[in-house]
Design a binder for this molecule. Sequence first.
Ligand code: HEM
Length: 130
Amino acid sequence: MEVDEKTLFEVLGGVVTIEKIVARFYTLMDTLPEAKDIRDQHSADLTDAKEKLVMFLTGWSGGPQVYIEKFGHPRLRARHMPFKIGEKERDQWLHCMFKALDDCEIAEPTRGELKKSFAHIADFMRNQQA
Ligand code: HEM
């Protein structure tokens, strides 16, 4: 009997869904007053940030390793060192991402699993005590 072992990328419905989540995430970051501190750390034009997050999440979820092919090992924590990331910034990032997952109506249990993973990664990205 065949074992059904889909990657998270497949379960999500591929790059189309990842693009939807990332577009919503950056629209929220760009417009929600409660995300102002992290918005201010980004470039005025979010196109690059959007493309990079789509590429990263594609590989991270088990799809093609497009980010690594273009930019090498993600070293996400090191790449975020130039930005101030404390609890406030972590929580603002997660607020936008959780809302993006809700707004895109990602099915459970995947939605909850993604929130858990993002909470871990965002906390790992912290480079300030508070
Ligand atoms: C926790 C709070 C976070 C803050 C404040 C933050 C902030 C930023 C900023 C300011 C940039 C530069 C974007 C630009 O080009 O203007 C960036 C890039 C990026 N972030 Fe974050 N980030 C956070 C968390 C995360 C998390 C949790 C992930 C992954 C799940 C992530 C993935 C990325 C990626 C892939 C890039 C592009 C890196 C590159 O190749 O240059 N970030 N982030």
